[in-house]
Design a binder for this molecule. Structure first.
Ligand code: ATP
Ligand code: MG
Length: 445
């Protein structure tokens, strides 16, 4: 098995047997490279700290109550978890165990894990696999089977249902019948899981190769209804056959699949406003406006960073611009300038939207945005007032005051975007002087 050589050095100094477990072993059995090395063993945090003291490895508590440590040294970093059994508060799906008992029995440790495919161990000192629950067979069959009764496993920690969907997306595995029906029955446990953890799993789900299957499963389990009810409401909402082969919800799934990795969330939410538009207006004309507001609510609720919230709102709001691909060049330039911070992502979203219909491979609209952008760069047309060849001081010298200065700069920018002004000092100062003349006749500058 391939792992950092630091691990052999660590194993030699370690006070108990030392095992790799989880993603690293799963990926090894699947024949895939991995970068994430989770360790486990019978040694307790204090024993490890004293055994490694003064050596090449640094040990930090990550969660002392749960027996997790970060061990780093010799160019590698590992997360270590002491063998344990967990107990969870009854009747809720909170992620954190309220009682933890350390054990030296691997047969007990494997049972507190979520899926058998994640409970395969690699004994580093002996160089052999330990597979107490038949997880290797599951990996070969690409099956997600819980380590105990599925009801028990999901009742304890609702996040495991999100993890199930994530493994479907990332690995192309499928839950067995028991795991699937328990997940369906217990999807409401997600209400006890923190927004941040749901968000982190959602992000991983969206990056998976099998994202369409995973989102379909999430919907059928009721997971989507729990975490994104506004999106789930688009199920069955039909769209004109000449532009779409899917209903709104499936189109959203396929758009995510077609989207670049940095716009997956916007792809998922780009049409979220359609159900609301249909309900309120009987048509979908204003779905981008409705959708932008809803996408803002969703991303705030899931505690995304402010920059992601703002960007997602903008992408959703603007994704329908120039829907008939007939806007004048000057309008396109204004659109590009207005959205210059996200224009690259917006173009990528429009392309994914088009692919996500299941009918088209290209997007004339995206091509038009791209060529407007390219031409602006080539001709050095400014995107913002700051890029103008004049600044606020220049405008002030012409006699303008306060807010007026910004307005004049905006007007000059619009002149450049519309192709009426060149971005050079002489032209802009002349244009501003003209504005001053016009204004001074009517009012104070
Ligand atoms: P990856 O690292 O590829 O995201 P992983 O399976 O290694 O996937 P981690 O979150 O790194 O996932 O956790 C390591 C192991 O710890 C898992 O394989 C699993 O055995 C166990 N585990 C993690 N989270 C849970 C959980 N919520 N419930 C039960 N066991 C868990
Ligand atoms: Mg891992």
């Amino acid at each position: 098995m391939n792992y950092p050589s630091a691990l052999d050095i660590l194993a030699k100094a370690f006070p108990s047997d030392l095992y790799l477990v989880g993603g690293a072993v799963r990926d090894y059995v699947r024949g895939v490279e991995t970068g994430d090395f989770d360790l486990a063993g019978a040694a307790k945090p204090d024993e490890i700290k004293s055994a490694l003291r003064g050596g090449a490895f640094k040990v930090c508590d990550s969660s002392p109550k749960l027996g997790t440590l970060i061990i780093s040294g010799e160019g590698a970093r590992f997360e270590y978890t002491t063998f344990r059994t967990d107990s969870y508060p009854e009747g809720s799906g909170v992620h954190k165990p309220d009682g933890v008992v350390f054990t030296d029995d691997i047969q007990l440790d494997c049972r507190r894990r979520d899926f058998c495919c994640n409970a395969v161990y690699y004994d580093v000192k002996r160089g052999k696999i330990v597979d107490p629950l038949g997880g290797i067979g599951d990996i070969e069959r690409r099956t997600l089977r819980t380590t105990r009764s599925a009801t028990e496993v999901f009742c304890e920690d609702g996040l495991r249902i999100m993890r199930l969907v994530r493994f479907v997306s990332a690995l192309g595995f499928s839950p067995d019948a028991e795991a699937e029906s328990a997940a369906r029955a217990l999807a409401d446990r997600l209400k006890d899981v923190s927004a941040e953890r749901i968000r982190d799993e959602l992000d991983k789900i969206l990056q998976g190769k099998n994202v369409v299957n995973a989102l379909e499963l999430a919907h059928s389990l009721g997971v989507l209804g729990m975490i994104l009810p506004e999106l789930a409401a688009n199920d069955g909402l039909a769209q004109p056959a000449k532009c779409h082969s899917y209903d709104v919800l499936r189109h959203s799934f396929h758009t995510v699949e077609a989207a670049r990795e940095d716009i997956k969330l916007a792809a998922l939410l780009h049409d979220v406003g359609k159900a609301e538009a249909w309900k309120k207006d009987g048509n979908m004309h204003n779905h981008a406006e409705y959708g932008a507001a809803t996408a803002g609510e969703i991303t705030r609720r899931l505690k995304y960073p402010n920059a992601v919230i703002a960007e997602t709102e903008t992408l959703v709001r603007e994704h329908m611009y120039d829907i008939n691909a007939d806007a004048r060049e000057s309008r396109l330039r204004r659109f590009v300038a207005r959205n210059h911070k996200v224009i690259d992502k917006l173009i990528a979203l429009v392309r994914a939207d088009s692919k996500g219909t299941g009918l088209f491979d290209d997007s004339p609209r995206a091509d038009r945005f791209q060529s407007a952008l390219d031409a602006m760069i080539k001709k050095k047309i400014p995107f913002t007032a700051r890029q103008l060849a004049v600044n606020g001081n220049d405008i002030k010298k012409l006699g303008f005051k306060g807010e007026k200065i910004g307005e004049v700069l905006q007007e000059l920018l619009t002149g450049c975007l519309d192709g009426n002004l060149g971005n050079d000092r002489e032209t802009l100062l002349a244009a501003a002087a003209k504005l001053a003349g016009r204004t001074s006749k009517k009012e104070d500058l």
